[in-house]
Design a protein around this ligand. Sequence first.
Ligand SMILES: C[S@@+](CC[C@H](N)C(=O)[O-])C[C@H]1O[C@@H](n2cnc3c(N)ncnc32)[C@H](O)[C@@H]1O
Length: 353
Amino acid sequence: MAENTQNAEAFVGKVLEAATGMMTLRLCAIGDRLDLFTAIAEHGPLTSDELAQRTQLNERYLREWIYGITLAGFLDFDKQSRKVSMPEAHRAALVDVGGPLYQGGMFRMFNAILEPYEDLIRAFREGGGIDYARYGDDFWRGLEHNSCVRYKNLLVSKWLPEMPDVVAKLDAGGSFADFGCGAGRAVIELAQRFPNAKFHGFDLFPGNIDTAQQRAIDAGVDDRATFTLANFADGVDGHFDVVATFDVIHDMADPRAGMRVARNACKDDGIFVLMDIDCTEDPADNSGPFAVFKLGASLHFCMTTSLAQGGEGLGTVGLPEGKVREFSTAAGFSSVRRLPIQHPLNALYEIRP
Ligand SMILES: C[S@@+](CC[C@H](N)C(=O)[O-])C[C@H]1O[C@@H](n2cnc3c(N)ncnc32)[C@H](O)[C@@H]1O
């Protein structure tokens, strides 16, 4: 009986830790969205009054936010001066936009992914899913920032050297298609690295195509990067030296059709670069700090947006290596090589016709 009580209390402790984590993430999303972290990093230590003057935000709200975020251990608070400041070691995660440790994209994305809550409850009751258009701009910007961190810091410098034939094709001015390109961050990084190659991004969400086109102009690569609104599962004109999908196949309504289109769009001596989620064959075997993260993302977006289209709803952990191999063979590819990258979320495959 006493042991039972102890276990029950320990479990309540775990529940409270989770509640604290949820609230902390929300405070972080506010800090990121309203540029509070940046103001404090650049101008701190600051009192709530000083922060209010700098940001033109309401002092009372800022004061409460400061107490919360400092009690969470994300910022420092000096009781004497009542000033908040940012520990040096927290800058990379909180304010270094685009840097390898930056977490702002995750704050925004995870906050915004929870927004269509009533839609999700309805889907539990009635089936169906949630349309892409129901996610606000913060979600898409958060996703973009997350992707940006990965493509800026890993794709060109660490992942491409594992694929020398892809590098050779793009160096020689080859063509590259990114299916489900989102805001175009992978294309833009690659277009900067390979000025002679031609890049084509396709996505079915109109907001992403608009953003990608603007980002390409901003980066000065719009002469070699074009973006098209299309459901690529319906087929795509042309044949490319390299075809890629980055975190897309598991999201698709018809992932097998996606793989078939990738095969048809790939030249016979071309390469299909498939980046997807690193997961176990049985969803129940996923472990580590990212396991819940992945399942939460699945329920709130990946599985659910696919089901909204009447799709298969593979979900975030629905495309393990075994399925990649099965789908590849069915689509007409002859070889699958998993690349030896170390990443907490992603697995990378080089697949050939
Ligand atoms: C998780 S996001 C990844 C975006 C981008 N590849 C990145 O890594 O930043 C998945 C993207 O796939 C797109 N998508 C899903 N199914 C698609 C389809 N059938 N045709 C075109 N785009 C699709 C979605 O609109 C979304 O932008």
